[in-house]
Design a protein around this ligand. Structure first.
Ligand SMILES: [Zn+2]
Length: 172
């Protein structure tokens, strides 16, 4: 994702529009949601020469694949993130966010912005009812209303725990 900025280097005030598409060689993200290898990252914005370096501002759009945390269904969703990155002149060798020769590397800031924007606990839709605990089928709203236990299973476990304690207390 190298961008040639030769026309902007050390020319403060110069700017140009940026419209690029990149195809990922490897997936971005490691959780339940990730941008798959082969996905396209569409970048729209501008590159601007400032005294300290090259300022990139814009947005990046792509699609990610995810597994719903409730019903386990796979789904694809679009994602758009804004980004602002100043690539400074004279970076150290290890500094990825700098102007190297007449290039800047868009990959590190884009990857950071996109991976951070991926949902940590993806759901196929906000009102997904998940799976029926008995049949394993996806629940519809009516079925979910019937199947929803009166007590949350987590609290049920706690209730059982306190009951046991009470019993043992009574025996002593
Ligand atoms: Zn779902």
């Amino acid at each position: 994702m190298l961008l040639n900025v030769r026309d902007l280097v050390h020319r403060p005030g110069e700017m140009r529009e940026l419209q690029q598409e990149y195809v990922l060689a490897e997936p971005w993200g490691e959780g339940l949601a990730a941008v798959a290898a082969g996905s396209t990252i569409a970048v729209n914005g501008r590159a601007e020469s400032v005294h300290e370096g090259i300022l990139l501002t814009g947005d990046a759009a792509t699609e990610f694949d995810a597994e719903c945390g409730r019903c386990l269904q796979h789904f694809t969703e679009t994602l758009q993130v804004d980004f602002t990155e100043l690539f400074a002149y004279n970076p150290t060798e290890a500094d990825e966010y700098g102007v190297h020769g007449d290039h800047v590397n868009l990959e590190p800031p884009l990857r950071d912005a996109i991976v951070l924007a991926l949902p940590f606990q993806p759901v196929c839709r906000a009102d997904c009812f998940g799976l029926d605990p008995d049949s394993g089928e996806r629940l519809t709203s009516e079925a979910a209303a019937e199947a929803t236990p009166a007590v949350d299973p987590r609290w049920a476990a706690l209730a059982g725990f306190s009951v046991d304690n009470d019993k043992s207390g009574a025996e002593h």
